[in-house]
Design a protein around this ligand. Structure first.
Ligand code: DMJ
Length: 646
């Protein structure tokens, strides 16, 4: 195997053929860019929607997206590697996270998805030989987890398994060992009274004594997938345990109306920023509640997600937009679309709530069409770019939602949207050695930076490529591979393989709420389940008949202790699921589960695929989606009894 730098990166006739497709705009002048956006979106905004993407055009677009990836990836390798990220205007590199070839690691599973054995194997070999985490660097726990840990684990799972078609013969679990070493170095961050981790940790010395005690909800609550996968691969439950405790720590401090704020003190548990929303600083907290359930099958994540989602739709949804409100009073604080919110319709697809997802995507995409990109902030009162939030740092969220909505509905409008996005990136963001941030969506000024997530999540590219491949074929690991895949928030592929998804013991309750009092001891709560669930092999049971209820339904009902292992005896239903209140804002009797009042969960249906995890009063939403997907779903269930990521 040649070393990474020595690889003949041009040994790709397919890519060479496609390469010219993207070259045309490399040297585009700003005025040409403005002219393009003016004619493409302003003069004839309906153009793309009216024309429709044909199947052969979908193939061309897929290949163009592939070329986009290589333009940026090769630019990184040539000009920046082994630094973290590429400066695509000046064709140089910079260390931005930890100085450990961030973009290479973040790109690994995209290389695998594209079937690029040569680069995938060379990159893994280089990482195995050169990457070390015993370095005196203070890094973000969140970013390091989603980009580095997620990237390594995803690549490990692809490289070590014949079934993926990307097995590397010489591979000897190097990435798994690196992942474990890295995660052990992150663990000191979790040593806080609340269980919510510090935002940053030094990889050599642990948490600095001057480290800030304030962290974001997304930062503390978006670690479960990567740490959970690592636990299941190493048989060391500590990783999964600390991240689950962190979720409990956040959720236990939610407001009476089930909203969480944006920033919290990890020592006192006090909210230091009480704005609740689905975007900045909170976004992926919601995402990982649902995805942790989908990947690991732990019902407590689903239960929390359902409560959190219900509150978000009640207090934050202002059809079709989402606003930010005070987490306690629900008073509006910001009538603002921020670009991180754009992942939400995709999450709603996973949850089966399609109608609002369609409406919101249409609204968000109207912002994209107005500017050719989504600005970081868009003021919903003035319908203009929010002052100071004019940039587009190559975010993938709207593209991600476009992919999910196409997958769910097969409505060609999402292909048209994807084509518009490709055009925007090619004409507006493409620069000499990669893709540039847009510092102002009104002037299209390019900035000399390319976040690693452009290639990882290359979402941009990963989700765009998957979108068009789906329309053209599909022929890819996600659609035709041996497992269902959950995408991490960084777009990394995590398989619902037996090794990861079938280890039910990991779903035990770790006792973050083991303080009991006399009142709680007298409570008895049940989860009623079908008889067949007692024999639980999760992949084979019919979750379609599973119901959560706080009351025993029949003689057949089982105590939760028979269902969720390792429980602290005597806890209330709310405590068991991490929904007890720990703040001084204790709810009144009427507000509690004991009082069975405002927060009483409705009976919720859970089926073997996630499209129906949301109980929705408008059941037509679900039925029409199920109908659309009927063929695919029945194929899935007959060929593969694993839980679906959709
Ligand atoms: C990504 O790194 C992740 O999706 C994260 O959750 C927030 N957003 C960026 C990309 O915008």
């Amino acid at each position: 195997m040649p070393p990474l730098q020595k690889i003949d990166w041009t040994r790709r006739s397919e890519i060479d053929r496609d390469r010219d497709l993207g070259r045309r705009s490399e040297m585009a002048k700003p005025f040409l860019i403005i002219l393009f956006f003016f004619s493409f979106f302003a003069i004839n905004p309906q153009k793309a929607l009216a024309e429709g993407v044909t199947p052969s055009e979908a193939k061309e677009l897929r290949d163009e997206v592939r070329e986009m990836f290589y333009h940026a990836f090769d630019g990184y390798i040539e000009h920046a590697f082994p630094l973290d990220e590429l400066r695509p205007l000046t064709c140089t590199g910079e260390d931005t996270l930890g100085g450990y070839a961030l973009t290479l690691i973040d790109s690994l599973d995209t290389l695998a998805l594209l079937g690029d054995h040569v680069r995938f194997a060379a990159a893994i070999e280089w990482i195995g030989e050169n990457l070390r985490f015993d370095i005196d660097k203070t890094v973000s726990v969140f970013e390091t987890t989603i980009r580095i840990l997620g990237g390594l684990l995803s690549a490990h799972l692809l490289a070590s398994d014949y079934a993926t078609g990307m097995k590397i013969q010489s591979y000897d679990d190097q990435l798994l060992h690196l992942s474990e070493d890295l995660a052990l170095r992150l663990l000191p961050a979790f040593e806080t009274p609340t269980g919510i981790p510090f935002g940053s940790v030094n990889l050599l010395h642990g948490v600095d004594e001057n480290e800030s005690k304030i962290t974001s909800t997304a930062g503390g609550g978006t670690l479960t997938l990567e740490f959970g996968v690592l636990s299941r691969l190493t048989n060391n439950p500590v990783f999964e345990q600390v991240t689950k405790n962190a979720v409990h720590g956040i959720w236990a401090r939610r407001s009476k109306i089930n909203l969480v704020g944006a920033h919290i003190n990890v020592f006192t548990g006090e909210w230091t920023q009480k704005d609740a929303g689905i975007g900045t600083s909170i976004d992926s907290f919601y995402e990982y509640l649902l995805k942790a359930y989908l990947l690991f099958g732990c019902e407590e994540y689903l239960f929390i997600f359902q409560e959190a989602y219900k509150a978000a739709m009640h207090y934050l949804y202002s059809d079709p937009w989402y606003v930010e409100v005070n987490m306690n009073s629900a008073a509006m604080v910001w009538p603002l679309f921020n670009s991180l919110q754009a992942f939400w319709p995709g999450l709603q697809v996973l949850a089966g709530d399609i109608v609002p997802a369609v409406r919101t995507h249409t609204a968000f995409f109207s912002v994209w069409k107005k500017y050719g990109f989504t600005p970081e902030g868009f003021n919903l009162a003035t319908f203009s770019v929010q002052h100071g939030q004019k940039s587009y740092p190559l975010r993938p969220e709207l593209i991600e939602s476009t992919y999910w909505l196409f997958k769910a509905t097969r409505d060609p409008r999402y292909l048209d949207a994807g084509r518009d996005m490709v055009a925007s990136l090619q004409y507006g963001a493409r620069c000499p050695c990669g893709y540039c941030h847009i510092s102002d969506v009104e002037s299209y000024k390019q900035e000399d930076h390319m976040e690693s997530f452009f290639l990882a999540e290359t979402f941009q590219v990963k989700y765009l490529w998957l979108l068009f491949d789906l329309a053209a074929g599909p022929n890819n690991l996600v659609e035709n591979g041996p497992y269902k895949y959950i995408f991490s928030t960084e777009g990394h592929l995590l398989p619902a393989s037996p090794q990861i998804s079938l280890v039910h013991e990991h779903c035990s309750y770790f006792g973050a709420f083991c303080k009991v009092d006399e009142r709680q001891k007298s409570q008895t709560f049940y989860i009623s389940v079908d008889r067949q669930e007692e024999n639980d092999t999760r992949f084979h049971r019919d979750l379609g008949s599973t119901r959560f209820s706080s009351r025993p339904k029949s003689q057949e009902s089982l105590s939760v202790s028979g269902f969720i292992k390792g429980l602290c005896p005597g806890l209330t239903h709310g405590q068991k699921y991490g929904i007890s209140y720990l703040t001084n804002a204790m709810p009144s009797k009427e507000d509690t589960y004991e009082g069975e009042s405002i927060n009483q969960p409705e009976v919720s249906e859970v089926r073997s695929h996630s499209v129906v995890v949301i109980s929705n009063s408008d059941s037509k939403n679900l039925i029409s989606y199920d109908d659309n997907k009927h063929h695919q779903l029945s194929q899935e269930s007959s060929s593969n009894n694993q839980p679906s990521e959709r």
